[in-house]
Ligand binder design. Sequence first.
Ligand SMILES: NC(=O)c1ccc[n+]([C@@H]2O[C@H](COP(=O)([O-])OP(=O)(O)OC[C@H]3O[C@@H](n4cnc5c(N)ncnc54)[C@H](OP(=O)(O)O)[C@@H]3O)[C@@H](O)[C@H]2O)c1
Length: 282
Amino acid sequence: MEKKIVIITGASGGFGKEFTKRFIEAGYHVVATVRNEAKKPVVLEGLSPEEAEHVSIALLDVADKESVTGFGRYLLALERVDVLINNAGFAVAGFAEELTDEEYLYQFETNFFGVMRVTNLVLPIMRNQKEGRIINISSISGLIGFPGLSPYASSKYALEGYSESLRLELRESGIDVTLVEPGSFQTNIWSTGTYMSEKAGKDDSPYHELFTNMNKRLQKDQETYGDPKEVADLVVKIAVRKKSPTLRYTVGNGVKLSLLAKKLLPWKAWERIVLNQLRKKE
Ligand SMILES: NC(=O)c1ccc[n+]([C@@H]2O[C@H](COP(=O)([O-])OP(=O)(O)OC[C@H]3O[C@@H](n4cnc5c(N)ncnc54)[C@H](OP(=O)(O)O)[C@@H]3O)[C@@H](O)[C@H]2O)c1
């Protein structure tokens, strides 16, 4: 029997690279997408020559309509697509009052519209084969808003609503839509994967002190962030072993507890906890 095929967007680093390795091990052929030619070798780093045979690397910038159209042409050559993992993403950080609508659009083009565009390319193939799994990598920020991250949180909240609706629309089609909600993990999103608004942290910004404290906290906490392998384990489990995956899966230290606290506590108690944590001087 032919190998099953999984498409992984944003496979040049972080989760995407880890997913690639784990799906090869699970017996899949991986279509790993990267934004530009220069990133292609990164996908193969750490793979044995035998493993590399089970990867095809395709160019795809999910924020660029022309690139998505080109990827659509590439898909025509595929026999089938069993799993689509909408993983490509990054974070626009800054304080809402100091951000422009262009900066929000920049965020949404990748984290929201990118997912929608790629999903719409793959859905006819899945429909035709009457089965498939779409796994959207959301975030705890798609369920909890944090200061300094409103573009990112809004884009992931939008992804949550989109995925919920899409799941219901596809209920009878044999295609499952699932959201994965990671907490904080050690990937490039904390460095090259973050676009910081120009105004954030400036001396005359009303958010200067909050920004400084948050940054210190981030530096300190980063060591405690999880290993992306944990997320890869979950994603492979959803794709391969779950008979009928549900809508949401959380992963990461403290994620379940935070969601439970947000749900059960009165809002004012919850916001005191969040802001006290962020204001704490270390
Ligand atoms: N790490 C965490 O703590 C965490 C937590 C919750 C959710 N997430 C989500 O996990 C997903 C993967 O992020 P990561 O943490 O693995 O970060 P990462 O290491 O920075 O990887 C992000 C990947 O997405 C790609 N990408 C970004 N914009 C793209 C675009 N417009 N078109 C195509 N590819 C694009 C990047 O390509 P380049 O190499 O070219 O930049 C890279 O391959 C994201 O959706 C993120 O929001 C991460």
